[in-house]
Design a protein around this ligand. Structure first.
Ligand code: FES
Ligand code: FES
Length: 161
């Protein structure tokens, strides 16, 4: 089937078997390697992308569901000011971003901040339960996400500090 969708803001299309995984379309057809092939069963979070506005496991999305959707990968998101806000918040609170789940944590933060300007710590912690991260202490995450939110608010008001 022809799978037409919006990928990082651009209209794209590929020929694919209907059940091929989105993670394999991204890596095989578009050379986008930021989403990782981990457990391939929706558990580890390493393959996360923003799919129609929500953080989703690209290993669990078949091509027929990709048709007509909007997908944002870490490669597309990294070109935005919002990305810079998140990375700055992470680095100020010692949140690691290794190649396994760094992209997933950044994209998850973006979806949280898109929903609420300043999400409460409990919501942040339970959202991060969906990512199996071996590098970061979970207690650092709420402060990092809230820092990113405040950096974003200051940037939007036109102040640097
Ligand atoms: S590879 Fe998709 S959730 Fe683990
Ligand atoms: S940053 Fe290394 S596993 Fe999460």
């Amino acid at each position: 089937m022809t799978v037409a969708f919006i990928l990082n803001g651009e209209d794209v299309s590929v020929d694919s078997e209907p059940n091929r995984r989105l993670i394999d379309i991204l890596r095989g057809d578009f050379m986008l390697y930021g989403a990782k092939r981990g457990c391939l069963s929706g558990i580890c979070g390493a393959c996360a992308v923003i799919f129609n506005g929500s953080l989703s496991a690209a290993c669990m999305i078949p091509a027929f569901r990709v048709h007509g959707s909007e997908v944002i990968t870490i490669e597309g998101f990294s070109l935005t000011n919002n990305y810079t806000d998140v990375v700055r918040g992470f680095s100020l609170h010692n949140v690691e971003n290794c190649r396994f789940c760094g992209a997933a944590k950044i994209l998850l933060t973006e979806t949280l901040l898109a929903e609420k300007e300043l999400p409460p710590p409990g919501e942040i912690l339970s959202a991060f339960d969906s990512i199996r991260c071996r590098c970061t202490r979970s207690e650092n995450l709420p402060a990092a996400v809230m820092e990113a939110a405040e950096i974003r608010q200051r940037r939007r008001r036109g102040r640097k500090h």
